[in-house]
Design a protein. Structure first.
Length: 203
């Protein structure tokens, strides 16, 4: 279980750092001359929308993992780690591009439309890579699945909010644009490492 939480934490942090998860909020905040407090609040709202769509998929996969573990005792032992490794290899060699579509431009006609546009864009682009962790966590029961989901929620929204606050406050050295070019490789490496650890350390 520790391996799942660690992998979930790293992957959540990685995805939150990708600029198109938080840069659109920052751009709108500057264009609209929002205060830092409002920019952070909108980031939380957009981040929660993004997390919600991801968790809705995660619940379904978590229940699937629980049903599989009931029928097949070996699921948590070697099938779940094997799935992580397989998915990791696919991501690592599928190209350097980012896995989420870039957010559509938000028509800034009113504050409410800007917020709703950002939230809708984030909701329609759930993180698919994290779903394997939900599937594996489901094999350990509802408490384990809830813990992994809570980790994803807190880390993702927290990191996005921190990045917007830091960039808004004028930290110019924050350059994460290059991370998107290597996200698939880094994501694949995290998935493979967690999967390999699953063979040696009981989840």
């Amino acid at each position: 279980m520790f391996n799942l939480l660690t992998g979930c934490f790293l992957l959540s942090l990685l995805h939150a750092a990708i600029p198109n998860h938080w840069a659109p909020v920052l751009a709108v905040a500057r264009a609209e001359r929002w205060t830092l407090r409002r920019a952070v609040g909108v980031t939380v709202a957009a981040g929660l929308a993004h997390v919600l769509s991801t968790l809705l998929l995660g619940v379904a996969l978590g229940l699937l993992g629980w049903k599989l573990s009931v029928r097949f005792e070996q699921f948590a032992g070697w099938v779940a780690p094997l799935l992580l490794i397989g998915l990791g290899v696919l991501y690592a060699f599928s190209g350097p591009g980012h896995t989420h579509p870039d957010p559509a431009p938000v028509a800034i006609r009113s504050r409410r439309r800007a917020v709703l546009g950002l939230a809708a864009t984030m909701f329609l682009a759930p993180c698919l890579e994290i779903q394997t962790f939900f599937l594996a966590a489901g094999s350990h029961g509802t408490p384990a699945l809830a813990l992994v989901m809570a980790t994803y929620l807190l880390v993702s929204v927290g990191a996005m909010t921190a990045l917007v606050a830091a960039a808004y406050s004028g930290i110019r050295r924050l350059n994460l644009s290059g991370l998107a070019r290597h996200e698939r490789r880094v994501t694949g490496a995290v998935l493979v490492l967690v999967g390999l650890a699953g063979f040696f350390v009981h989840w």
